[in-house]
Design a binder for this molecule. Structure first.
Ligand SMILES: Nc1ncnc2c1ncn2[C@@H]1O[C@H](COP(=O)(O)OP(=O)(O)OP(=O)(O)O)[C@@H](O)[C@H]1O
Ligand SMILES: [Mg+2]
Length: 342
């Protein structure tokens, strides 16, 4: 493992921003740290980069204990949320900054800056002032400025947060491309679950200073460890149930097969795993429908008053039922996840 965190925590006075946690990051990983505002993502990233000292635990990078080392002694580089570009320097000067400090020869700096400008597709922008750039272009300069130092681990704190949706998608594509072509290790903080799913090969989900689940995007989406994870990653319908001898009886009516211990369970069913059924499992009254292009979202109130969402792919059901109609809903048990309730 390239990066090993053991028992790493951070307390600010009485508040614990990060509870003691272990985290391994493999070389070449694109790890997304995902979680709601205030859950400790930035704090964790700052500890990785040497910008905040852990209250406990050790951080090892590339076989070396860097727990007490400052940022300049670590093989890491961080892109901050506000970009932190130097306003009085042009694009080339911004990107060259770290190499200049390191007393690299001018010709070498020139060559590497040009290479970086190409990489982030800003070939023609080298002499522009920072304030003459769009948000997305500034973002690329910040990225180039960090990448030129060839960090073993690149730390990115919500780097796309300030961009509009279209630019955000574009930059996500760029980041993927850059990660593929350079092959380094990226640690990426976001509170956007779609971004995490689309970019990362591993996701660590944080809740209130703890990593509550980590794994591949698909595993986290399909097998969320807790109800929190299921609702935070993707849309999820949460139903209450009671398991007896491998069969769960849902509070809203209906049964499903699910091996495990007897007792209360939270049942997670993704809206796209539900169909308007020929062989219905449950039924309810459709209260609303929202056309979203690729699919239509139907809201259905079940007999126990729980509201659930059903995504119907565009054109799959024609005509769609009207609000007020009783609809029957089906699913495959393999698409359902039952989480033992505490
Ligand atoms: N320097 C500090 N002094 C005191 N408390 C802090 C400090 N930095 C962070 N905290 C607290 O630690 C907790 C975690 O903060 P952190 O910035 O890591 O959250 P985050 O997950 O990055 O949130 P966001 O998504 O809003 O950026 C918060 O409760 C925050 O108020
Ligand atoms: Mg933050």
């Amino acid at each position: 493992m390239l990066v090993k965190l053991r028992g790493v925590s951070k307390a600010y006075g009485g508040t614990i921003a990060v509870h003691p946690l272990d985290l391994d990051i493999a070389a070449g990983d694109f790890l997304a740290i995902l979680g709601p505002s205030g859950c400790g993502k930035t704090t964790l990233l700052r500890m990785l980069g040497g910008f905040a000292a852990p209250s406990s635990g050790t951080i090892e990078i590339a076989g070396r204990d860097v727990t007490r080392d400052g940022p300049e002694k670590r093989p890491t580089n961080m892109v901050f949320q506000g970009y932190g570009l130097f306003p009085h320097m042009n694009v080339r000067q911004n990107i060259a900054y770290g190499l200049k400090l390191g007393r690299v020869a001018a010709s070498e700096i020139d060559r590497r800056v040009s290479e970086m400008l190409r990489l982030v597709r800003l070939d023609d922008f080298g002499n522009r002032a920072v304030h003459e750039l769009s948000g997305g272009q500034q973002q690329r300069v910040a990225l180039a400025r960090a990448l030129i130092m060839q960090p073993q681990v690149l730390l990115l704190d919500e780097p796309l947060g300030a961009l509009d949706l279209k630019l955000r998608k574009e930059m996500q594509g760029e980041l993927r491309r850059i990660h593929r072509s350079l092959g380094g290790t990226f640690v990426f903080v976001t509170h956007d679950q779609e971004e995490a799913l689309g970019l990362a090969n591993r996701i660590a989900v944080m809740e209130a200073g703890r990593i509550v689940q980590q794994g591949e995007p698909r595993a986290i989406y399909r097998e969320p460890a807790t109800s929190f994870v299921s609702t935070f990653i993707g849309d999820a319908n949460l139903l209450k149930g009671e398991r007896r001898n491998g069969t769960v009886a849902l509070a809203c009516g209906g049964m499903l097969a699910s091996p495990g211990r007897d007792g209360p369970v939270n049942v997670v069913i993704r809206p796209e795993a539900l169909q308007l059924g020929e062989t219905p499992r449950i039924s309810g009254i459709m209260t609303d429908l929202v056309y979203l292009g690729a699919y239509t979202k139907l809201l259905v109130e079940l007999d126990d008053k729980t509201e659930i969402a059903v995504h119907v792919p565009d054109g799959a059901v024609d005509p769609l039922p009207s609000p007020g109609a009783r609809v029957a809903i089906a699913w495959q048990d393999r698409d359902v996840r039952c989480i033992d309730a505490a």
